[in-house]
Design a protein around this ligand. Structure first.
Ligand SMILES: CC/C=C\C/C=C\C/C=C\CCC/C=C/C(=O)SCCNC(=O)CCNC(=O)[C@H](O)C(C)(C)COP(=O)(O)OP(=O)(O)OC[C@H]1O[C@@H](n2cnc3c(N)ncnc32)[C@H](O)[C@@H]1OP(=O)(O)O
Length: 311
């Protein structure tokens, strides 16, 4: 499979990429190139940089123009304020990286893509904290949904709620074929409500009726059902997720950037503008909703239930 990916990339990438890939070994070719690559915005000369503090591992292959971002926040890649903030910072760096045209988002932990928003950020804290947290969630979605890069989610584990949102904000979703993994916007199961822009993102992907059904029931889909309803675009054996992501990326990168980007903007801007127009109101709404005693109690009970499951 790796060789097939290399040959597809050879065909689709022009210029220096093609020259380097002539060696026939994608990894050694790109590693060799990385070592010689001058540093550009934010990312270093080395082929790989690990941000251990940020719980994100970002590999940039300047030659292929593809970055891979692995969420690395054990045990479940929950999206804490810190992780959200650093996610946005790294996205901005990649966005400014001229040679970086594609981004693959995946998880460093097997079995969990992301458990969604860190629930502990949403209870027992101050209003100011909730406001800051929600602004960071908004910011990540805005940046991802409108990214100039081709964004592919390589979903190698479960992906509830905020994890599902990250996947939906990409351009294409590939999920590992393991019936133990699930994906969906399950907010109602926690006694909370997916905000309108989570809902809009889902509607844009699978349509109104399927979204209403999925959102009201808080459905978490198996890979097969997620493919049937259209939440994911492809389901592949677990060990083929990354290769498939590279393969699909090469197809998307074969389209001229400006044409693809303008098309993406045309499709997504109205949805994004809806949040931008009422961003502050959305934060206020979140803070007032999440601060309700009944909601705080629901979240507390949900966390308790998660912990008790193990005992
Ligand atoms: C009128 C109103 C209108 C509009 C509303 C206005 C505003 C909107 C309001 C709110 C919107 C909020 C949107 C919320 C989005 C979210 O993302 S909420 C998070 C949803 N996530 C989940 O439901 C997933 C929960 N987790 C799991 O199901 C499982 O953990 C797992 C399948 C991901 C992994 O299972 P396991 O491998 O078995 O791991 P454990 O369950 O043992 O978990 C290990 C460890 O991690 C803790 N944990 C799990 N998930 C989270 C999380 N999301 N946040 C924080 N912590 C989490 C879990 O408790 C365990 O902890 P320990 O016991 O080890 O301490």
């Amino acid at each position: 499979m790796a060789l097939r990916v290399v040959s597809v990339l050879k065909r689709r990438l022009g210029g220096p990429g093609q020259k380097l890939l002539r060696s026939g070994n994608l990894l050694s070719a790109t590693q060799h190139r990385w070592e010689k690559m001058p540093s550009s915005v934010g990312f270093p000369v080395t082929s790989r940089r690990s941000f251990s503090k940020t719980a994100l591992i970002v590999d940039v292959d300047h030659n292929l123009g593809i970055a891979t971002m692995k969420m690395n926040n054990p045990p479940v890649n929950s999206l804490s304020l810190e992780l959200l903030t650093n996610f946005v910072i790294d996205l901005e760096k990649l966005e400014n990286e001229k040679r970086c045209r594609g981004l693959i988002i995946t998880s460093a932990s097997p079995k969990i893509f992301s458990a969604g928003l860190d629930i502990t950020e949403m209870y027992g804290k101050s209003s100011a904290h909730y406001a800051e947290f929600w602004k960071a969630v908004q910011e990540l979605w805005l940046k991802l949904y409108m990214s100039n890069m081709v964004v592919i989610a390589a979903i190698n584990g479960s992906s509830p709620a905020g994890g599902c949102l990250i996947s939906l904000a990409g351009d294409y979703r590939i999920m590992a074929d393991n019936p133990k993994y699930t994906i969906g916007l399950n907010e109602t199961l926690l006694g909370i409500v997916a905000p309108f822009w989570f809902k809009d993102t889902l509607v844009n992907t699978i349509g109104n009726r399927a979204s209403e059904h999925a959102l009201q029931l808080g459905l978490l889909f198996s890979p097969t059902d997620a493919l049937r309803v259209g939440i994911v675009d492809q389901v592949v054996p677990e060990d083929k997720v990354q290769d498939t992501a590279l393969n699909v990326m090469s197809r998307w990168l074969s389209i001229p950037d400006h044409a693809r980007q303008l098309t993406k903007t045309m499709m997504r801007k109205p949805t994004v503008d809806r949040l931008l127009k009422q961003r502050e109101a959305d934060i206020k709404n979140f803070v007032s909703f999440i601060s309700r005693d009944s909601i705080q109690k629901s979240l507390h009970m949900y966390m308790k239930h998660l912990k008790e499951r193990k005992e």
